[in-house]
Design a protein around this ligand. Structure first.
Ligand code: SF4
Ligand code: SF4
Length: 294
């Protein structure tokens, strides 16, 4: 699996870039997911977006903490954000900058590509929207997806949202940026700080942590919501569990929105009083051990 993290500012279109990259990978027959992360911020504040690409179905849903590739839509972010945090060994950084790769210091020695995506955008789109141009640089620097697929992905995502003419122009911006991208080496001298990883892995969570009832001022809170709220009455379908196929990977337990799956020593248990029949557990199960039945 390849994981990509986009660093941008609110309004720069990092989210659409992540989606267009996912669409490009999909055009090549792979699986892909894309999603953003916003804080309580507004236009201009740092934002993140993520794309995952794989030949197999993608089960990982968390933010990308250890990217293979980092894309920086705004060079000024490098001063305040550790954009290479968690970057895998051999990873590549792509930066929107008029500088050469050797002139950029992201705090570590790394393969780095630059393109003046802002100038490309101003020339082709007549506005400083760099999200399509930077994808051309991504294709050139990584070789992970073809530039033709990037163009198709942009036409689909940008065209659907902003009209076919805008889609075509953004594809042209990507192609122009592809031709102008410079790939080189960057040496890091800046001191970097590392933020704490805040999401636990499924194996780090104590058994039952997601589903322990707790007493609060409002009442007894339990699986999903209030203990009194027996969401089991909502369901039309329920999960049927095949213990022989189950590998105890815990994915179903982790993703169940009602917290009504329990991890026992050698099996999973499903509390039908709270199972609302959403089917997420069956969808996430990689071992085909769950199927939804009437
Ligand atoms: S169908 Fe599965 S994921 Fe959905 S509520 Fe029931 S046990 Fe949880
Ligand atoms: S996701 Fe499937 S294999 Fe994993 S614990 Fe649940 S039932 Fe078992």
């Amino acid at each position: 699996m390849y994981e990509v993290r986009f660093h941008g500012r609110g309004g720069q279109g990092a989210v659409m870039a992540a989606q267009a990259l996912a669409s490009a990978a999909f055009q090549e027959g792979g699986y892909a997911t894309a999603f953003p992360f916003f804080g309580a911020e507004r236009r201009g504040a740092p934002v993140l977006a993520f794309t995952r690409i794989d030949k197999k179905k993608i089960y990982r849903k968390t933010q990308v903490q250890e990217p293979d590739f980092v894309v920086v839509l705004d060079e000024s972010l490098i001063e305040g954000v550790n954009v290479v945090e968690g970057l895998k060994k051999g990873g590549i950084v792509i930066v929107n900058s008029a500088k050469s790769p050797g002139e950029i210091d992201v705090g570590m020695d790394v393969k780095l590509a630059t393109v003046d995506a802002t100038s490309v955008a101003l020339e082709v789109l007549k506005q400083p929207a760099t999200n399509s141009a930077i994808l051309g640089a991504f294709a050139k620097a990584t070789g992970l997806v073809k530039i033709e697929s990037i163009e198709k992905g942009i036409i689909q995502i940008f065209g659907d949202r902003l009209g076919p003419k805008v889609g075509d122009l953004n594809a042209k911006a990507a192609r122009t940026a592809y031709d102008r991208t410079v790939v080189g080496e960057s040496h890091g001298h800046r001191v970097l700080t590392t933020a704490k990883k805040w999401l636990p892995d499924v194996s780090e969570m104590p058994i039952g942590a997601a589903s322990l009832p707790m007493k609060t001022e409002a009442g007894l809170v339990g699986p999903g919501s209030f203990v009194e709220n027996k969401t089991g009455s909502w369901k039309v379908f329920h999960p049927e569990y095949d213990k022989e196929k189950c590998t105890m990977c815990n994915f179903c337990w982790f993703y169940c929105p009602e917290g009504c799956i329990y991890r026992k020593e050698d099996r999973m248990e499903f509390d039908m009083e709270y199972c609302k029949g959403c089917g997420i557990c069956a969808n996430e199960c990689p071992a085909d051990a769950l199927k939804m039945v009437r």
